[in-house]
Ligand binder design. Sequence first.
Ligand code: 5GP
Length: 343
Amino acid sequence: ELFYRQLPKVELHAHLNGSVSVRTIDRLIGRKPHLNIQHSMTAIGKGQRRTLDECFQVFKVIHQLVDTEEDILMVSADHVIREFAADSVKYLELRSTPREEKNTGLTKKGYIETVIRAIQLCKDEGLDIDVRFLVAIDRRNGTQVAMETVALAEQFLLSSDGLVVGLDLSGDPTVGNGKALLPALERAKNCGLKMSLHLSEVQSQLEETDLLLNLPPNRIGHGTFLHPEVGGSQNLVDKVLKNSIPLELCLTSNVKGQTVPSYSQHHFKYWYQLGHPSVICTDDKGVFSTDLSQEYQLAASTFGLSHAAMWKLSQQAIDCIFAPETVKQQLRQKWTDLQPQLF
Ligand code: 5GP
């Protein structure tokens, strides 16, 4: 629907390598035919579902295809950022796990520098989208790597002209433990990195979630099992409410990844009814074959929300961004300028 395509939007939860579209994967496969990779291994089509575990296998395949600075630059600058911009996303926080690849000489520092270069290229070109970067910690890699990642993010927080704004904690929620990562996250907090943490994505994370909520994080990714109806607790919900921690909610991702049984049972409903800041996001638009317009439209049709309500939702997402107040003001002005074209 045109309304959702034209609606100015804020995307706060997008993993770089999960956002690579089928078209771009084609290009990458063409460049690396020896890997013998098929499309069915990288994207989950309409109506298809995978277990969360299978979703994480998909990322491994994409990582094989994106393993040089050249790949990262091409994927980010020529495709992912451009596609978000074409979908009327006006502000984007991309997140990605810096990877070292011994075979190609890719370093973690070079990885981050390349994403920053891609963002800068799009900016210089005058693309109508403000892009920032969150450095991701993959939880399965443990304490030491988390600490090193925070140190790297800290360097870039000071040297990237405001492009690196924070930190993400992601990776397979069934592996690793949050408690071991706490010192790294505390350090991140102390040096002024904003934090978005994947929390309660699966049901078994109650204790860890409770612990990490005490930081508290600046935003929560998914938070699928926070509320009592699905095995969370009122205590967890109260902590989220008390600190007014915005949630990043990804409908298609959760249904296709089977952590949520159906769209109508998505926890968007619970938090939206409470009037709690909830931001609709894509998670992995390539892997889950979606885009942000589709996610807005899906939320509207599933929960019976009007265009006016969806406008308000996209506008309120501005309050949740990690970039400074001046950027929020610019975005609010942009929304005000665009409103007459949509209503
Ligand atoms: P990258 O960090 O390589 O740009 O993007 C892919 C990575 O993002 C995955 O390897 C995984 O660590 C993380 N990721 C992507 N989608 C999800 C998700 O739905 N849940 C969690 N916990 N991590 C994810």
